[in-house]
Design a protein around this ligand. Structure first.
Ligand code: NAP
Length: 238
């Protein structure tokens, strides 16, 4: 019998209770990994662990560097770590408060930095960050998020040199249908998805599972480090 690709490997997913993180945890579990998911809401973590079919859970806020450090101190080193956690509202820079823009940076960029700073990863292992396609093709509708995503792309490349031979990569999604968009009323959300799909070469928006498949591939491909992989339906070239 062929062993599952991630048999007996340990995988930690920050932001593993929803969307891209949850899909990644499910894919890794299906390939035989022992999965730990970390995010803020214990209730959502429990529901996600059930959906995965078994996972350790850790309720923590990725903005809290001490909590992230304790998470790693209390556990054995992991084979693979993924950072998909972020909570941020977006809009044109000049229409939002600087406090809100700093909060976005704290959540998405500094959260990833906290994990990179404290992570304990086994030889042969990997860290995968999640940025976003508007980091390479900015729109005026989410200026700060474009800057944050570009910073995360650069962070992954720099860490790949600093932390070698541990492999560090980044996945950069285009628009993906996840709970992240639930802040919009249903009709507005559907209209946005339809507009996005019409402008894309593939004429549809993405699914969390499609991003997760790439993240799991980066865990397994031992010759990939310092890569930023777009999973965007062609959005960056449209
Ligand atoms: N969906 C898209 O269209 C899209 C496009 C490009 C890039 N991305 C990026 O992909 C990543 C994942 O997005 P998603 O769509 O999967 O979002 P999602 O469905 O909203 O999931 C976000 C996850 O992060 C956790 N989280 C949020 N803030 C946290 C914090 N401070 N500490 C710990 N956990 C936290 C959430 O759980 P709790 O709320 O319980 O903490 C949840 O598990 C984000 O970086 C997002 O910017 C998404």
């Amino acid at each position: 019998m062929i062993a599952p690709a991630l048999a007996d490997q340990t995988v930690a997913v920050f932001g593993g209770s929803s969307g891209i993180g949850l899909a990644t945890a499910q894919a890794a579990h299906a390939l035989g990994a022992n999965v730990t998911i970390a995010s803020r809401s214990a209730i959502r973590l429990r529901e996600a662990a059930n959906a995965i079919g078994g996972a350790e859970t850790a309720a923590l806020d990725i903005r809290d560097a001490d909590a992230v450090r304790r998470f790693f101190e209390q556990r054995h080193p992991f084979d693979h770590i993924v950072v998909s956690a972020a909570e941020l509202a977006v809009g044109p820079l000049r229409k939002r408060s600087l406090a809100d823009e700093r909060a976005a940076m704290d959540s998405k960029f500094w959260g990833a930095v906290h994990v990179a700073h404290a992570a304990r990863i086994r030889p042969g292992g990997s860290l995968t960050l999640v940025s976003g396609m508007i980091g390479v093709r900015p729109t005026g509708g989410a200026t700060m998020l474009s800057a944050i995503n570009a910073a995360i792309d650069a962070l992954a490349k720099a860490l790949a040199t600093e932390m070698a031979p541990i492999r560090i990569n980044c996945v950069s999604p285009g628009r993906i249908e996840t709970a992240w968009w639930d802040f919009l009323p249903a009709a507005d959300r559907q209209a946005l998805f339809d507009r996005t799909a019409a402008a894309l070469p593939l004429k549809r928006i993405g699914r969390a599972e499609e991003v997760a498949a790439q993240i799991v591939h980066l865990m397994q491909n031992g010759f990939m480090t310092g890569s930023v992989v777009l999973v965007d339906g062609g959005g960056s070239v449209a």
